[in-house]
Every structure is written in C-alpha cells, then in structure tokens.
Write a protein that binds this ligand. Structure first.
Ligand SMILES: NC(=O)c1ccc[n+]([C@@H]2O[C@H](COP(=O)([O-])OP(=O)(O)OC[C@H]3O[C@@H](n4cnc5c(N)ncnc54)[C@H](OP(=O)(O)O)[C@@H]3O)[C@@H](O)[C@H]2O)c1
Length: 255
C-alpha cells in the first residue's frame, strides 16, 4: 500500500463535488493537497476547511480550458514544488444532449474536448518530466462508467472521456519500468452539482460524494490501473460481447 502522508497531490476541479471531497480526504490522510479550479472563493473555502482540521493545502486559480492558464499554473507549481508526486486530473464538464439536438452545436463537442481532454493532456505533459526524472510519480485520470457501455445523449462528453481513457492506457504502457504509473477512475453517477440540473437523476441511485472521495484515496494508495465497480466492469464486458443487447438495455434505461 503506497503512503499518502506528505505526498504533494495536485487535484484539478477541487472547488466542488468529487475533487473538493477527495482533497479533504487526502489531506486528512496527511497529504499536502494543491487545489486547482476557476472559482477562487470556493477553492479558498475548501483550503480553509482543510487547514481548520489540521491539514495542509494551497489553492491555484486557473481555467484549464485555456492553454496560457495551464502553462502558468504548471510553471508556478514546478517553481514552488520542483515535482508533484500525484496529479489527479478531475476537472471536467458534462453535456447531456442527443446528437440530433446538437446538429447546430458543434461547440458542445469542442468544449467537452477542451476541458476534459486537451486540458488534461497539456497539464500532464507539463508535470510528467520531473516525475520521470525522479523515477516516481502517479497520474490519476477521472473518467466515467459511460466509456464502458453505450450512453445515449452523451456523445460529446463520452467521446472526450474515451479520449482520456485512450491517452491514459497508451501512456501507462509506455511508462512501464519508469516508476511512474497511471490510474483510470470510472465513476458511476455521483451526487454532485454536475448532475443537479438533470431532474431524472434525483430519482436514480447515485454514489455519495464521500464514497467517490474514498475511491480517489484508494487510487492514490494502491495505484491500480483502473478503479471501477464490479457491476460496471461486468456491463463493460457484456458490451464487448453483445453490443446489440447492451444498446437495447441502454435505450430502455433511458439515462
Ligand atoms: N457526478 C457524476 O455523476 C460523474 C460521473 C462520472 C464522472 N464524473 C467526473 O468527475 C469529475 C468531477 O465532477 P463532479 O461530479 O465533482 O462535478 P462538479 O461538482 O461540477 O465539479 C467539476 C469541477 O471541475 C472544475 N472545472 C470545470 N471546468 C473547469 C475549467 N475550465 N477549469 C478549471 N476547472 C474546471 C469545476 O471548478 P470551477 O467551476 O471552479 O472551475 C469543479 O471544481 C468530472 O471529470 C466528471 O466528468 C462525474
């Protein structure tokens, strides 16, 4: 089991939801957490909560869909810390809209790719070299169960997360023997502000944000290749084996 105490852990999207909770839990385990998001008041509130409980944290405001912001953030982090031990790429946005209702909305696809994929890749490329030099590092990329099964109405979002899965798996294979590794965390529906606008989700079972935070702690401690629930994993295997049936099930569920 890897140690968490005094590890320098960058968590993007830490002003809310899973990122904020993950930061609180990792700090409670003794990590030095470095929080990143756009909303500074929300970030400072999470930092204040962590410090009040005896934890160590700092906040950086950055728009991770903006390359200049990402470069400035990476420069500031490397100047101050030299190397971060763990990068948790959690910041993201979701769009729930069918392709037929997005025919005039190419920007939906661009916006999802910009924050969910290109932002993640750019920050990773900046923070990876010192990890390789030190022969130790861990990149945790937050993705979704929806990359494992057909997900109607989420083409823009799921495509951007599948890009994350592909990047992560290729990178991880290249990293063999370097001391640096990656983890993909496939969350199911989690009760956070992200799903609040969709009324249907208030009636569906969803993972608590506390449990989602524990998944991040588990990822950092154990460095698995993938964190996913057994039922989602089985559904992913079922999709590979019987794509017609899995599409029928997804349509019936209507989520
Ligand atoms: N909730 C779910 O059901 C679910 C399921 C599967 C996967 N996920 C994934 O889990 C991750 C966290 O989502 P969540 O549910 O915790 O949602 P959330 O509460 O809405 O949090 C999203 C976080 O991303 C940050 N963010 C968004 N755009 C950003 C940008 N351009 N630059 C910097 N930060 C940005 C937000 O901060 P600011 O607004 O302050 O910038 C916020 O801290 C996402 O990657 C999401 O795709 C969620």
């Amino acid at each position: 089991m890897g140690k968490v105490k005094n590890k320098k852990i960058v968590i993007t999207g830490a002003s809310s939801g899973i990122g904020a909770e993950g930061a609180r839990q990792l700090a409670a385990e003794g990590a030095y957490v470095i929080l990143v998001a756009r909303r500074s008041d929300e970030l400072e509130q999470v930092v204040a909560d962590i410090r009040k409980n005896g934890g160590q944290a700092e906040a950086h405001t950055a728009d991770l869909s903006n390359y200049d912001d990402i470069d400035a953030l990476a420069e500031a982090l490397l100047a101050k810390h030299g190397k971060v031990d763990v990068l948790i790429n959690n910041a993201g946005r979701s769009i729930r809209r069918s392709v037929r209702n997005s025919l005039e909305r190419f920007h939906d696809y661009e916006r999802c790719m910009q924050i969910n994929y290109f932002g993640l890749v750019r920050l990773t490329l900046k923070l990876l070299p010192p990890m390789l030099e030190a022969g130790d590092g861990h990149i945790v990329n937050v993705t979704t169960w929806a990359t494992l099964v057909p997900s109607p109405r989420f083409a823009a979002y799921v495509a951007s997360k599948k890009a994350v899965d592909g990047f992560t798996e290729s990178l991880d294979t290249e990293l063999t023997g370097t001391g640096v590794s990656t983890t993909l965390v496939h969350y199911p529906l989690v009760r956070t502000p992200m799903i609040a606008p969709t009324k249907l989700y208030s009636q569906l079972p969803a993972m608590s944000v506390e449990k989602a935070g524990r998944w991040l702690v588990k990822a950092v401690k154990r460095r698995p290749k993938r964190v996913v629930s057994p039922s989602m994993f089985s559904m992913g295997v079922g999709t590979m084996m019987n794509p017609r049936m899995s599409r029928w099930v997804s349509r019936k569920l209507g989520i």
